[in-house]
Design a protein around this ligand. Structure first.
Ligand SMILES: [Zn+2]
Length: 466
């Protein structure tokens, strides 16, 4: 078989290799998911080790939730692999390219013809993927998440959100792409350095403006009101010299009852964002029938001490501080900087290899571009298809690294004396998000950006007093 493949013209070999690799990855992932589904199916009793951590009811709920999600991703994965293959085999990319040519020809742009055609191509391609992806995300949100009690969106909100997301993406993608194509065109021999510097600047600008100008288009951010929690967060930040400027609460409950916390910002201007679903005193989900929860979210209740005792969701203040101790650990230990450095080194390497490969006509021939070699198509072919083995390897390494960072951040929180609070916070968060605590080793090694709950608890529990 290999011999007959080698007898083919090189462009055919490239095409078959890309397709073959894509299916190899697909089958590998499908196999891993199958292993994990087998665990979901067979582990119907709470394992002894988890007896104190998880009650039977939550265990069963999370098992069914994860099983539904896994079955869903089997079908959506199969669909997208088939769709991708059909697009390649039937020449969807050259077709869309010539369609973009026709459309931009009608608009009559002359001088920067290729760039105009590229932008039209990009819009059509993102529109296509948004439209074909929509039924899947509707199903996932309104059938699966809904069934397991997570979904908080109405269909109207969801669709409006999708349109907004598409529009915002276009507003960023189109000018950035046209500048990038321009830089590649006029950059000369060292264009890859300028192109890399340009994407570096773009990502820095996006990170800077994202929280203030982009995220608020989608979600409501409210400063955390003065009070015990805020004072405690400020004190903790000071104790490790974290340059905290603001603490926000984001109304995540409008979308889903999943919970989270993160920080962002450059240098001396860091902000912390807490999901309202993380805060038991805040979560509107705990306040059904409570006069505090204004549906518009205009008047967040700040008198947080007088809440009923039977809390349904979220963490108490010491636990939130422990979660933040973990998050700030990521900062203090330089994880954020390390991730940025790795991703920029990677991006530089990719642009360099792109410069080496872009002149190869057979790459374009392989994907049906017989008499033109548009730069945008070259970017797509090389970054997406030719680099895909490298991308897979890189993403595996980053997943492994991320788990190391998570352990280190846990250990940091432990060092701040927050081990037992983090311990109970992790259990609560796992419960609120219906995480399933048992994982197939191969599946979790490949996919888990965070260590399995039990391993994290063990690492913390070694020093836990009670
Ligand atoms: Zn973390």
């Amino acid at each position: 078989m290999l011999e007959s493949m080698l007898a083919l013209p090189v462009e055919k070999q490239i095409f078959l290799a890309v397709l073959g690799f894509s299916w190899t990855v697909y089958l590998w992932e499908a196999y891993l998911s199958y292993r994990q589904r087998r665990i979901y199916r067979s582990t119907t009793q709470v394992p002894q080790e988890l007896g104190k951590i998880m009650d039977t009811d939550t265990f069963e709920k999370s098992r069914l939730y994860q099983l539904d999600k896994s079955n869903f991703s089997f079908w959506s994965g199969l669909y997208s692999e088939t769709e991708g293959t059909l697009i390649l085999v039937l020449g969807g990319i050259p077709y869309l390219w010539s369609l973009a040519g026709t459309v931009s020809g009608r608009f009559g742009f002359g001088a920067e013809y290729e760039i105009t055609q590229s932008l039209v191509f990009l819009t059509l391609a993102t529109l296509f993927s948004a439209v074909t992806g929509l039924p899947w995300s509707i199903y996932s949100t309104f059938i699966i998440e809904e069934k397991h009690g997570f979904n908080q969106q109405t269909l109207g909100f969801f669709l409006k959100d999708a349109v907004k997301k598409f529009a915002v993406t276009q507003c960023i993608l189109l000018p950035v792409t046209s500048l990038l194509l321009h830089i590649i065109k006029i950059g000369g021999d060292f264009f890859f350095i300028y192109a890399w510097l340009f994407t570096l600047c773009v990502s820095l600008v996006l990170v800077t403006i994202y929280a203030d100008y982009i995220a608020p288009l989608f979600d409501k951010f409210t400063p955390l009101p003065e009070g015990e929690l805020k004072t405690d967060i400020e004190t903790m930040s000071q104790s490790i010299s974290f340059p905290l400027t603001k603490v926000y609460v984001v109304e995540g409950s409008k979308r889903s009852s999943h919970s989270n916390a993160y920080f962002y910002g450059f240098f001396k201007n860091k902000r912390i964002v807490l999901f309202d679903t993380l805060l038991e005193d805040y979560s509107p989900l705990n306040q059904a029938g409570d006069q505090g929860a204004d549906p518009e979210g205009n008047d967040m209740p700040s008198e947080s001490k007088v809440k009923p005792k039977n809390k349904k969701q979220g963490c108490n203040n010491p636990e939130i501080l422990a979660v933040l101790g973990h998050e700030l650990g990521h900062w203090k230990l330089g994880h954020t900087v390390k991730n940025i450095v790795i991703s920029q080194m990677n991006s530089f390497l990719c642009f360099f290899l792109f410069a080496v490969l872009i002149g190869r006509r057979e790459l374009f021939l392989a994907f049906g571009f017989n008499d033109s070699q548009p730069t945008l198509i070259g970017l797509m072919i090389i970054f997406q298809f030719i680099f895909s083995p490298y991308n897979e390897l890189l993403s595996f390494c980053l997943t492994v690294l991320s788990r190391r960072f998570e352990f280190q951040a846990d250990a940091f929180a432990l060092g701040m004396g927050k081990a037992s609070q983090l311990y109970s916070a992790l259990i609560k968060l796992n419960k609120d998000n219906l995480g399933f605590p048992v994982a197939d080793w191969l599946f979790s090694m490949w996919h888990y950006s965070h260590p399995p709950l039990l391993e994290r608890l063990r690492a913390l529990g070694n020093v836990k007093q009670d």
